[in-house]
Design a protein around this ligand. Structure first.
Ligand SMILES: Nc1ncnc2c1ncn2[C@@H]1O[C@H](COP(=O)(O)OP(=O)(O)OP(=O)(O)O)[C@@H](O)[C@H]1O
Length: 449
């Protein structure tokens, strides 16, 4: 019988005092199960997030941050523990949180045509959740539509603190940029990255203003269906003037007050954005005012089709046969080098649909190496040994898999010249190691496609 893995625990499995019901999704670092406490007469559902990587330190960090933030728009941390199992009988940490009944923000918005007033109400709740996070001297660092759930009565919840940190927490990453999702990066973060991309010891120090900027991107995407353009591109590197953000009203009818708040959050200068608390108050006031155009429905435009980066993975497979492990970093490095001569905008995810790109390298391995498909595919924690999942990874190519790719467990893989334990970014299956092939088109990395 196949060993269980954190992704494949069956309904009824007991972890500590928690009994799993079903898996509701998974991200780059964790599988989320609906569960309940054992022995309760009328059990309340909880969300149990189980690490995909053994001894993953990000879980401790997420628990610590969640425990510090107390706010009705943030799920409470109820417990934490670890599950022992998998092929190497390793220890996988888990967190138990309040169950949030809701839909991801962009998808919710597709099903609930929005007015500016409704949008202000949603944004204000997220801003309040951010205010509480910042008051706890924490940072979320991955504010985006996919990390906001909206309940049936329009309650918004800020989720997934797995990329977060707080003042005084130790660095978990050696990358220039901490975790995050590329289109939501502030201009300061992008410029810092451009400047220090080759430095060994440079780390961008995110601030609450980065979270506010990401909320601005979320709002912009929510009403226009597109991301604002990145501020700094390779082409304008010598001229670091900010690219002007096209006002959302060029695309959708929205209230002037909402537009000015969105553009304020997207200000190039962090001081001009305002704090989460100030913005929340302004949004709440605007949402209750008679206001101009507040009740006109917005109809986001249809998605824009991707134009670049679709089949870059082909070049990796041209030499045929097995891919020797040392070749992969070289090949990826070459692609990175090449991509650095492209306009950054050209490799921006064209995610005009209802989902974000996954968190880049999500939680820790920062994100700034573009994946072959233009999306971060692979988490890169250190010293891991991963079994091949029974289903394709988010963003992984599905069969038919052109040679020399191999179709296994519903996904396309490159076989590596290595045997388990496979090491960073590789997966073991039947005594061989494999690397996932990115999907040729923009995938969803945050949800089961
Ligand atoms: N407390 C919760 N209550 C209900 N559903 C939850 C809860 N926490 C997470 N989920 C759901 O579980 C799924 C996986 O969430 P998770 O945060 O692990 O990854 P993700 O956000 O999909 O991906 P990534 O972290 O890679 O961006 C998502 O559909 C999310 O909405």
């Amino acid at each position: 019988m196949d060993e269980l893995s954190p992704l494949t625990l069956p309904s009824g499995t007991v972890l500590g005092t928690w009994q799993l019901e079903d898996r509701v999704g998974y991200g780059a670092y964790g599988a989320v199960y609906r569960a309940h406490r054992m022995g309760q007469i009328s059990p309340q559902p909880v969300a149990l997030k189980l690490a995909l990587y053994s001894n993953d330190p990000r879980f401790e960090r997420e628990a610590e941050l969640l425990a510090r933030v107390h706010h009705p728009n943030v799920p409470r941390l109820l417990a934490q523990g670890s599950w022992r199992g998998g092929r190497w009988n390793a220890s996988y940490p888990y967190l138990v949180m309040d169950w949030v009944e809701g839909r991801r923000l962009y998808r919710w918005a597709q099903q609930h045509p929005l007015t500016s007033r409704q949008m202000l109400r949603i944004l204000a709740q997220v801003a309040r959740a951010l205010e509480a996070t910042h008051a706890a001297r924490g940072l979320h660092r991955d504010v985006k539509g996919d990390n906001i759930l909206v309940g049936p009565h329009g309650q918004a919840f800020l989720m997934d603190f797995g990329c977060g940190t707080w003042a005084g927490a130790s660095l978990l990453t050696r990358e220039v940029l901490a975790p995050g999702t590329r289109p939501y990066r502030s201009p300061q973060a992008l410029r810092f990255h451009e400047k220090h991309v080759r430095s060994a010891n440079a780390h961008y120090g995110a601030t609450p203003a980065d979270d506010v900027y990401a909320l601005g991107v979320t709002a912009y995407h929510l009403c226009t269906g597109t991301y604002p353009p990145p501020t700094l591109t390779r082409d304008d590197e010598r001229d670091t003037l900010a690219v002007r953000v096209p006002p959302p009203s060029q695309r959708v009818p929205l209230a002037p007050v909402l537009e000015s708040l969105i553009l304020r959050m997207l200000s190039d200068n962090p001081q001009d954005r305002g704090s989460a608390a100030e913005l929340a108050m302004a949004m709440e006031q605007a949402a209750t005012s008679p206001g101009d155009g507040l009740d006109i429905p917005m109809n986001p435009p249809s998605p824009v089709a991707p134009t670049v980066g679709a089949n870059s993975s082909v070049s990796l497979s041209r030499h045929g046969g097995l891919i020797p492990l040392p070749v992969l970093p070289v090949a990826v490095g070459l692609l990175v080098l090449c991509s650095q001569h492209l306009n950054v905008r050209a490799r921006w995810p064209h995610t005009s649909d209802s989902q974000d790109g996954g968190t880049g390298g999500v939680a820790d391995a920062a994100v700034e190496t573009p994946s072959l498909s233009g999306e971060p595919l692979e988490p890169k924690p250190h010293g891991l040994s991963l079994d091949m999942p029974k289903e394709p990874l988010p963003g992984q190519r599905r069969p038919p898999c052109p040679r020399p790719q191999i179709g296994l467990q519903g996904g396309c893989w490159f076989e590596l010249r290595a045997t388990p334990p496979c090491g960073e970014g590789a997966y073991a299956w039947k005594d061989a190691c494999y690397s996932p092939v990115p999907a040729p088109q923009r995938p969803s990395t945050s949800d089961k496609p």
